[in-house]
Ligand binder design. Structure first.
Ligand SMILES: [Zn+2]
Length: 440
């Protein structure tokens, strides 16, 4: 063994609930509205300016002047104002590099309220109890927050392990603080666990190629075949949601165009949002637990590379299988069941990396139609959403349709049809353009 240990730097966020007094809530809201308005002023100023005058330095000067001249802007700490400028500039960069649309004005009621605290040393975090910590919020004071994760503060903090900043965010549960955490750890040993292919199925949420399926027991579809959008709510909550939605629609029907939303309607919207947020928290919780376990158990995880165009194409049909109603419907069902697939893949990507494993994405059109035993796509093999029976006369293999797709995905990885390793170890580029059926 050598004395030198490979170190890796991880950066992640940690969100904790804040306990604010009514006075502090007003102060934070004031800051958030000032930040939002500063963004709007900035956007106005930027878009009016000649292109060659749009620089970060000019924006900085303008902000300093605005803070002197507009008195209500002073409630926003100078660092937070710099944070707004930084975020705004980044929004343009994202636009220029093709990742997003250009920034726009932030409306009063539709914007997520937030205040940035760009510097970690302003926070002065201290743990005061097993479950509580204290944090300094500029111009608000000392505030208690829920301690649910060990943070690198106090004696544990140093140049490498520290909190580099934070952001205050308001959601339906109230104000939260999201810490930006940076830690340095020894590099994880390469994970020598087994390989697995995962398909985001219609009947099984995550179908695994080794039959070790991950199911949350909440069917994506109702007995009458329609999709269940609110599968994470229990029957009482579903009934309440329906009642609230009807009430909102009823109240909305009295509203004339251009008229302001009434406070009663706003309240109903808030109640609907809090139910939806509860469902989302349950779904995310399940995803976190499941992906952590998968990253612990498997060294190599292979998933299907999905993008919107691909999904539209599969609904339209391919040359071998022209689009029919059935195909369109299955495409639609898949898109519904895959609502949170992107989030699952994101979680798998960073979790496999932290456990020393690797996540691969394979381009996988037709994985649900092809037989994973003989490798042929025979029309009619996919009998319905749940069952796959190979119609190739020499084969006749039968299995669950989702697990068939997962086996196909793993096979595509094994024959080298890897698009990109999504995260983790660097790998040697494998040969592309191998036909799945002929390679077997
Ligand atoms: Zn077959």
């Amino acid at each position: 063994m050598t004395s030198e240990v490979d170190l890796v730097r991880w950066q992640f966020g940690h969100r904790a609930r804040l306990v604010l007094t009514p006075v502090q809530v007003r102060l934070v809201f004031g800051q958030a509205h000032a930040a939002r308005t500063l963004w709007n002023l900035m956007h106005d100023w930027w878009t009016m300016l000649r292109k060659d005058q749009r620089t970060l330095a000019a924006a900085d000067v303008a902000i300093r002047q605005a803070r002197k001249e507009i008195d209500w802007l002073a409630v926003l700490p100078a660092q937070a104002a710099q944070g707004v400028l930084k975020t705004y500039f980044q929004a343009w960069k994202n636009c220029w590099e093709g990742r997003a649309d250009g920034p726009n004005f932030k409306a009063r009621f539709r914007t997520v309220m937030s205040v940035d605290i760009p510097q970690g040393r302003d926070l002065q975090i201290k743990r005061v109890h097993r479950r509580w910590g204290m944090v300094n919020i500029p111009k608000v004071g000392r505030v208690r927050f829920r301690w649910t994760k060990d943070l690198p503060v106090g004696k544990k903090a140093n140049a490498e392990n520290r909190i580099t900043g934070a952001r205050l965010i308001k959601d339906v549960l109230g104000w939260h603080i999201a810490f930006r955490v940076q830690v340095v750890e020894s590099k994880p040993e390469p994970h020598t666990g087994p390989e697995v292919g995962i398909d985001c199925g219609v009947n099984i949420p995550l179908a695994l190629s080794d039959e070790n399926h991950q199911n949350h027991g909440r069917p994506a579809r109702l007995p009458d075949g329609t999709s269940d959008r609110d599968k994470w709510l229990n029957p009482d909550e579903k009934a309440r949601l329906l009642r609230l939605e009807r009430r909102a629609a009823h109240r909305n029907s009295f509203r004339k165009s251009g008229q302001q939303t009434s406070n009663r309607l706003k309240r109903t919207y808030d109640q609907i949002a809090s139910l939806r947020a509860r469902a989302k928290r349950r779904a995310t919780d399940w995803q976190h637990q499941t992906t952590t376990e998968l990253a612990r158990r498997y060294g190599t995880i292979v998933v299907e590379q999905l993008d919107i165009t691909n999904m539209v194409k599969s609904a339209k049909g391919t040359i071998e299988e022209p689009g029919k109603n059935v195909a369109q419907k299955s495409g639609l069902n898949r898109s519904i069941s895959q609502e949170a697939w992107g989030r699952t893949v994101t979680m798998l990507a960073y979790k496999t990396a932290r456990h020393g494993g690797t996540l691969y994405k394979v381009p996988a059109p037709g994985t649900s139609q092809r037989c994973s035993a003989c490798g042929f796509t025979t029309p009619g093999s996919r009998e319905d959403q749940a069952t796959f029976v190979c119609k190739n006369p020499d084969c006749g293999w039968a299995a669950n349709a989702d697990s068939n797709a997962a086996r196909n995905i793993l096979h595509l990885y094994r024959i080298g049809l890897v698009a990109i390793p999504a995260a983790g170890r660097a790998v040697v580029r494998r040969a592309l353009r191998v036909k799945p059926a002929t390679a077997r």
